[in-house]
Design a binder for this molecule. Sequence first.
Ligand code: A3P
Ligand SMILES: CCc1ccc(OS(=O)(=O)O)cc1
Length: 286
Amino acid sequence: MTGKCVWFEGIPFPSLGYSPELLREVQESFLVKDEDVLLLTFPKSGTNWLIETVCLIYSKGDPKWVQSEPIWDRSPWVETKHGYELLKEKEGPRLISSHLPIQLFPKSFFKSKAKMIYLIRNPRDVLVSGYFFWRSAKFVKRPQSLEQYFEWFVEGNVVFGSWFDHARGWMSMRDKENFLILSYEEMKWDMRSTVEKICQFLGKKLEPEELNSVLKNSSFQAMKENSMSNYSLLKGQYFEENGQLLRKGVTGDWRNYFTVAQAETFDKLFQEKMADLPQDLFLWKQ
Ligand SMILES: Nc1ncnc2c1ncn2[C@@H]1O[C@H](COP(=O)(O)O)[C@@H](OP(=O)(O)O)[C@H]1O
Ligand SMILES: CCc1ccc(OS(=O)(=O)O)cc1
């Protein structure tokens, strides 16, 4: 993938809202505070679902906040111009989102006690989700076919770089007590337990009816209908009219798109790149 993107330290970024100067400043100068909570993902892993869930936990299930403020202002992306400016001004504990690979993340985080949740998803589904999302975006080089995007993805030539490097990098933090790994798959299979896990990690307590409201308001349908969370406000400037963030919201959709040869190529690559990591980190059934 070349063309419509910004390069920094060998990694392509979207061409809107990102610049090498800003990425360097974020890495060197952004001050992470101990009371911040950081939500980290490779794009298309369920980032916005995680943000919505954490916002609802903070509001004890009351949907007022998630229905009145755009998701990118509730938990700004630190690496974007808009997010960085907002975060610098924000008082008190902050929710901060990021897709940055570990080597480009603000250095101050590694000396802080801030809590981080890293959300991982079957990279095959990340690939398919990314293909449909980026082909309607106006700020990246658009893939012309799934076949082409598959090639870009396995080469690590997509925005935010190689999924494998991203996951490996962040997973090196897995034994730290301020670091929690979650998966999209466990959110799909048992969201109640996942919300309880997040609450325990963040030191939050929810009454049963508050927990029920978190589940209801973070559901696929609720988010799809929430204009503050479904990116419909970005249509026109950033996305084509047919673009949608909440596309299918299922696990294993890659099976509907990969050829047998692509599935084999992917399995081989996954083995090569990830074999030395504990395999129970990867909860999906291929
Ligand atoms: N509440 C929810 N429940 C299930 N999946 C959700 C969800 N909200 C978003 N998603 C899914 O998360 C993916 C987008 O990820 P991100 O937020 O990182 O960009 C999309 O996947 P699909 O394209 O497979 O449907 C989207 O449908
Ligand atoms: C240009 C801002 C932007 C919007 C959406 C993006 O994708 S994701 O939702 O973070 O995966 C990336 C950048």
